[in-house]
Design a protein around this ligand. Structure first.
Ligand code: COA
Length: 710
């Protein structure tokens, strides 16, 4: 079947869905940029079915009236509105019908709903109101500190969406088949051609979830409006840490919880409750900063606890052309003069010694555990949970210290058999583009960051190898660019079945480092490695095992996935099986690694400082500041690719410094021409409009502009 995925952005959910559906169908993707481009895409693709996994705009009538169009809504049947997850995570349990009343009178429920769901419904004129083709539900605990809007979206919502879409497709095929049996049908048409908006969804699909066949178990569902950033605010003098945590986590990662707790309006992120004895006894005035740790700040709450704010974003004023980057809280507060840098040492609350796991709820992004097997073999689990999987220079340096700490426990009498890397969420998305974007000198910060992450990878490839310690990457969440290379550098990579990998760097205009030039080739061969880097496509773990990029896939999620990974690691270590065969033909001596590092960094230095840096600096800016895409890349939009036509990033010229020099010269000439024309009073015509590399000003609105217009 030909399926067109219509989405606002090709995000983690649409990528996961696309990879699953591509196993049996012909899938192509279009960004919903405008009504005209959407209608054009449908004409070009001529799909049998359209699916909108992540769409923040209405589907044009010309589309849904002619093609069966399915919307994936992150809520159960009869729930509707653009902030479905925000409402449920804030504590709306459906008992109060009036949404304004809930916000105004704070009628949020005590415990929240027990379940939430995902519905696949047919697009009609009214938003989220069409016939339901499938729904899936899952348990939810809104007070779980690991639950944020984005973690739920990437986790339970994505898995439920895949299940529900697959069920919907089966049911649609069944309905198409059944329609052949009716007297008015055209029995000679292929099954796919019988699919259309006229097919009828059984009413049962609305009342029984796909897996358990039960009705929705999470209470009454409602149509709720957009929950604006300023409707999530809190009063630190009367809201408890638990309550504030909910508000922040329900708004993470977008738009953030708008609050003036630091004196001026800022979007807050994080929201981890501090319940340590030491902190709780601090008799601080609610709202004061009582501690700092690893670039996060802890604010006292009225119930003797604290709340950790890990990141902040300044609000976009009318004079700001774009969104501000979301950055580590402590850094921004110091920059804004809200936190006195001189007072920081007094506020520092170091994490537990030697990265031991804290025994109480607190903010901790790196921890180490040790396990001794019955065979007396020792395994170290190094867990890191960096916000959005981004690894800044300081975070990489802390990770290096953690690795050194692990290495120091490897003694003759207690040798270490293996180190297992990875946290419960994202594995890693490489260098921290937001911190880089916010730096006074982004090129230099990029250089420091890539060197710091390379140090981490080099320690794994050299120091652990020299001591005979097996390195294992446990990839429980998605990974991209340098994050994939970090995993690939390990002897063994084990990944969860739902993980999506984006091994390429070029979309951000980078050559890439992290020793990918040896790990990708060593694992997959030169040809496939080149395809991964040039193709810039997301890949599933099934595909990744096939090509050798990873070694094993384990099923399950959450606690089950963790247990499955640990069981896999134990079996690997006790079996004595050889691992890391990919290194056999690769020079991983100190000299070989230095050569690879120097050659990759040579290219990266061009990305940061040569004329070619134009591609990285502008793409990073657009990525961090959430600039809307202006077209769908051809690598996703197969329906738009004519013959040998390539995306800019697929062309060799994308690497040529000379081409960028020419573009810069042209740009300067064009600007000068414009200035002269303006001085002469000549009006610019279309033929005078320069071909620009940069996004024109009219496209500088953020992807979720509705959130930020407070
Ligand atoms: N640095 C900083 N932030 C990053 C990041 C990075 N390397 N990678 C992802 N993020 C952030 C995004 O800005 C977004 O932030 P927000 O939700 O707080 O606004 C969040 O992580 C989720 O990213 P998003 O793109 O929405 O997630 P996705 O899962 O839908 O998309 C990717 C996945 C891999 C396509 C996309 O995250 C990506 O291209 N990342 C950049 C990878 C990269 O090039 N790294 C640098 C080279 S090493």
């Amino acid at each position: 079947m030909k399926i067109l995925l219509l989405c606002t952005a090709h995000n983690s959910l649409s990528q996961r869905l696309s990879l699953t559906l591509s196993e049996t169908h012909d899938v192509t993707v279009e960004y919903a940029i405008s009504t005209e481009s959407t209608i054009q895409a449908v004409r070009l693709a001529r799909p049998h079915l359209i699916i909108c996994p992540f769409l923040t705009t209405l589907v044009p009538k010309e589309v849904y009236s002619q093609y069966l169009t399915l919307i994936v809504h992150p809520g159960p049947p009869d729930d509707a509105g653009p902030s479905a997850l925000d409402w449920v995570l804030m504590g709306d349990d459906g008992t109060v019908s009036n949404a304004d009343e809930i916000v105004r009178d704070e009628k949020w429920s005590e415990d929240g709903r027990s379940h939430w769901g995902v519905t696949v419904l047919q697009a009609i004129e009214e938003f989220d109101a069409g016939p339901v083709w499938a729904f899936e539900q899952f348990p939810i605990d809104i007070d779980d500190p690991a639950v944020t809007k984005s973690s739920v979206y990437r986790g339970t919502v994505t898995r439920a969406a895949v299940t529900a879409v697959q069920a919907a497709i089966e049911r649609i095929q069944f309905a198409a088949l059944a329609s052949v049996a009716t007297p008015t049908s055209n029995g000679s048409l292929p099954l796919w051609d019988l699919i259309g908006p006229y097919l009828k969804a059984d009413s049962y699909y609305r009342s029984a979830s796909v897996t358990t066949q039960e009705p929705f178990l999470g209470g009454v569902t409602r149509c709720r409006p957009l929950l604006k950033a300023n409707q999530r605010g809190f009063d630190v003098r009367r809201h408890t840490a638990r309550n504030i945590s909910r508000r922040i986590r329900a708004s993470d990662s977008q738009p953030g919880c708008l609050s003036s707790i630091f004196g001026l309006n800022l979007y807050l992120y994080g929201g981890i409750v501090e319940a340590g004895e030491g902190m709780a006894t601090v008799q601080a005035v609610p709202g004061t900063i009582i501690a700092c740790r690893d670039e996060a700040v802890c604010v006292a709450t009225c119930d003797g606890k604290g709340i950790w704010i890990t990141h902040l974003r300044r609000i976009k004023r009318k004079v700001d052309a774009m969104l501000w980057p979301k950055v580590p809280a402590m850094d921004l507060l110091v920059e804004l003069g809200i936190l006195d840098a001189g007072k920081l040492p007094r506020l520092l609350a170091p994490p537990p010694r030697l990265f031991a796991k804290a025994s109480h709820p607190t903010f901790q992004d790196i921890s180490i555990e040790y396990e001794t097997l019955p065979t007396q073999q020792r395994i170290s689990y190094l867990s890191f949970t960096f916000y959005n999987g981004a690894m800044s220079t300081t975070q990489c340096r802390r990770l290096s210290s953690a690795l050194s700490s692990i290495l120091s426990t490897h003694t003759e009498s207690a040798p270490l058999a293996a180190v297992v890397l990875g946290g419960p969420s994202y594995f890693s998305n490489g260098v921290h583009l937001n911190v880089i974007e916010a730096a006074a000198d982004p090129a230099t910060e990029s250089w420091m960051n890539i060197n710091a992450i390379n140090d981490v990878v080099q320690t794994l490839l050299l120091d652990f190898a020299v001591k005979g310690i097996t390195t294992i990457a446990a990839v429980r969440g998605n990974a991209a660019a340098g994050g994939v290379a970090l995993a690939a550098a390990c002897d063994v990579v084990v990944a969860g079945e739902n993980v999506v990998l984006n091994p390429a760097y070029r979309a951000l205009g980078l050559y890439g480092s992290e020793f990918h030039s040896i790990s990708y080739s060593g694992r997959c061969g030169d040809e496939v490695a080149r395809r991964l880097l040039r193709g810039m496509l997301p890949i599933s773990t099934t595909e990744a095992v096939k090509i050798g990029l990873i070694d094993a896939v384990v099923s399950g999620f959450g606690g089950d996935l963790d247990m499955a990974i640990r069981a896999h690691v134990r079996e690997l270590i006790t079996s004595g099986k050889r691992s890391g065969e990919w290194k056999d033909g690769v020079d991983i001596s100190a000299a070989g690694l230095s050569l690879a590092r120097a050659s990759e960094l040579g290219e990266m230095s061009k990305d940061f400082w040569s004329a070619r840096s134009l591609r990285y600096h502008s793409r990073r800016r657009d990525f961090v500041r959430k600039v809307k895409a202006t077209k769908t890349p051809l690598r996703f939009a197969a329906h738009r690719r004519k013959g040998e036509e390539l995306d800019e990033e697929e062309e060799d010229s994308f690497d040529n410094i000379e081409d960028f020099e020419d573009r810069i010269v042209n740009e300067i000439k064009e600007r000068a021409l414009r200035r002269s024309l303006k001085a002469l009073g000549v009006t610019e015509t279309a033929s005078m409009t320069p071909s620009r590399v940069e996004v024109s000003d009219k496209h500088l609105g953020p992807v979720f502009s509705c959130y930020y217009s407070t």
